[in-house]
Write a protein that binds this ligand. Structure first.
Ligand code: ADP
Ligand code: MG
Length: 301
């Protein structure tokens, strides 16, 4: 299984790098490479999880294909159609890279939640509401909500995103765009949750990013991946406790077992943890999108 921790291994120099992705600015377009880096407790590990970036990208492509009427940023993921110097690295970049239209990003994260978890659980416990939405009393952690809700958040460049009420989101981006983003977020979440539920996977929540491309509200970034969503195995959800994270639990358990303080540089991650984590990512892709992933299999082997 090949692995790519950074595009510098290929002699490339990205214009921007996040925790996972490296971006190349091509003018009107961006080349977005999902590396195999992995973070836990907000820290990036020194090791890579082989194929993780391919899973994230192939899953995004599969979801985009399921929403053909929704404008999105994808130009091509076919490495033979990338401009040089990227095309010559087709083997290393294939499956993990999207050539995308550059968008004017909405400065909010568009989150849909069908279950009570994460910051929504914290907020509910303290106030009975989340993002100004009052929820029924007596809900337990990881419980299904009466209906999916839209809980936008700021896009913090550093630190943690902060939850916004709908009115606050509308004040930031305008009433019309906020309503459009909310409606699209809830629609996409509903369709995705139904698709996943048929395959034994609960999408507890997910975060979309939208941008304007040619003036149209368009899906950008990654879509409904394990990094942007909480995927739970349907059989393991017990309201009252947090279900295991599908993908990162093995890594988190390992980090907990060695007593890491989440502040000092992360401890080394043994190969077996990386291999089992890599297998979990491939597994969820296989469960949700076996057919759609087939053309990309060579990049996953
Ligand atoms: N089509 C696009 N146009 C402009 N920005 C984009 C587009 N697609 C993704 N992005 C941005 O690229 C970055 C992806 O890098 P990533 O490693 O995921 O960063 P982060 O650590 O902030 O999540 C995000 O900041 C995202 O908003
Ligand atoms: Mg991101």
């Amino acid at each position: 299984m090949r692995s790519l921790r950074t595009t510098s291994e290929l002699g490339l120099r990205p214009d921007a790098a996040g925790k996972v992705r490296e971006l190349f600015d091509l003018g009107d377009e961006l080349l977005i490479v999902a590396t195999d880096r992995i973070s836990a407790y907000d820290c990036v590990m020194a090791e890579a999880v082989p194929g993780r970036g391919v899973v994230l990208t192939v899953m995004t492509l599969a979801w985009l294909a399921r929403f053909p009427d929704v404008p999105n940023h994808l130009v091509t993921a076919d490495p033979a159609r990338f401009p040089e110097p990227f095309r010559e690295h087709a083997e290393a970049l294939g499956g993990r890279t999207m050539l995308a239209r550059k968008a004017a990003r909405l400065p909010i994260e568009c989150v849909a939640r069908g279950y009570l978890s994460g910051s929504a659980w914290q907020s509910y416990r303290q106030t009975g509401e989340i993002c100004g939405i009052r929820l029924p009393a007596g809900l337990r952690r990881a419980e299904r909500l009466p209906q999916p809700i839209f809980t936008p958040a700021t896009k913090a460049e550093t630190g943690h995103d902060e939850n916004l009420s709908f009115a606050q989101a509308a004040a930031l981006i305008g009433d019309g765009p906020a309503a459009a983003a909310r409606d699209l977020t809830l629609r996409l979440y509903g369709e995705a949750a139904a698709w996943a539920a048929e395959r034994g996977v609960i999408v507890a929540d997910t975060k979309f990013e939208f941008g304007l491309i040619d003036g149209r509200l368009s899906l950008i970034d990654e879509v409904l991946t394990p990094d942007s969503s909480r995927f739970w195995p349907a059989g393991e959800v017990r309201p009252g406790s947090e279900p295991p994270s599908w993908d990162k639990q093995i890594l988190r358990n390992h980090l907990d077992s060695v007593g890491w303080d989440h502040a000092s540089p992360p401890p080394p991650v043994p190969p077996w943890v990386l291999e089992r984590t890599a297998a979990r990512y491939r597994e969820v892709l296989q469960i949700l999108f076996a057919a759609e992933a087939a053309p990309w299999r060579r990049y996953l082997e």
